[in-house]
Design a protein around this ligand. Sequence first.
Ligand SMILES: NC(=O)c1ccc[n+]([C@@H]2O[C@H](COP(=O)([O-])OP(=O)(O)OC[C@H]3O[C@@H](n4cnc5c(N)ncnc54)[C@H](OP(=O)(O)O)[C@@H]3O)[C@@H](O)[C@H]2O)c1
Length: 309
Amino acid sequence: MADKVPSISLNSGYDMPMLGLGTYNSFKPNEIGDAVRAAIQMGYRLIDTAWSFETETEIGAAVKELIQEGKIKREELFIVTKLWVHCREPDQVEPACRQSLEALGMDYIDLYLIQFPIAFEDVGVTTPTMTDYLDTWRAMEKLVDKGLVRSIGVSNFNKQQLERILKMDGLKYKPANNQVEMSPCLAEEDLLQFSLKNDISITGYASFGAPGQNYIPEDAPKILEDSTIVKIGRKYNTSSAQVILRWGKQRGFAVVPKSTNPSRQAQNMDIFDFKLSEEDMKAMLALDRGYRCNAQLLSAWKDHPYYPF
Ligand SMILES: NC(=O)c1ccc[n+]([C@@H]2O[C@H](COP(=O)([O-])OP(=O)(O)OC[C@H]3O[C@@H](n4cnc5c(N)ncnc54)[C@H](OP(=O)(O)O)[C@@H]3O)[C@@H](O)[C@H]2O)c1
């Protein structure tokens, strides 16, 4: 199954699998370690984490076990993690990266992302600062030069913020990736086309609208139950989840659905043997209503110059 996941060529020269395992919001002991073990053994190669997800240590331990058991090699995996909002001053970036490396028990990260454009004094996102993400970016570039990370990118950045990085004085490395919320309710076509044109890959998160995740408002749309998507799924004999992930693949971005359930993990990976018609692709795009489920965290900071949404 591993060979079935196609890759995206990043502008850094590395290849990134188009499908990986999300690991947010798994706080029960061993839950994410077990999920990662199951996923890697069925062929997942990209694991998406973040310092803020508090899953790096369990992921690292699971990967170490699999390597020791001879089931996988480090170089076959693509590990993504992220710099949280409280470590944005240039001199804080390398220590934060080293902390993630230590938690993961690894000597390099495949892709390291600035998780949000706004910096905060605190872990709890209550006191924003004016730290410029361009200064953070310069510190990220140094991590590549030191061999601590292979590719660098951003997350939750908008088009103008990407443009600002691309135009910055002395830019050494373009962002290889922007990880953003992407679902049938939030198609982000403009951002996607801009990114593809500028050779910045996109990873879409919350593909299903993050059902059951703690950051979702109660009245959020139930994307997996959407009648158009259910109907398209019947046509191809697939689930709504598979239709949504396949739609992402055909639009040209990577996806990181989170599941701790091995049968749903397998289902989410099984999207490379069918193709949505042009008509169905358009019907999916027509569901876009600009609905963002991950807006609450930053909603108090709408007037901040680096507010992205
Ligand atoms: N960059 C960022 O700021 C950021 C923010 C949020 C998330 N992320 C990343 O993106 C990943 C995905 O986003 P997300 O976890 O919030 O939301 P998601 O992938 O849209 O949804 C995850 C939820 O869907 C369920 N699910 C998974 N596969 C399913 C299927 N085939 N059928 C029915 N239900 C299914 C999961 O339950 P089970 O586990 O029970 O299967 C889980 O409750 C995260 O885990 C994280 O790695 C990044």
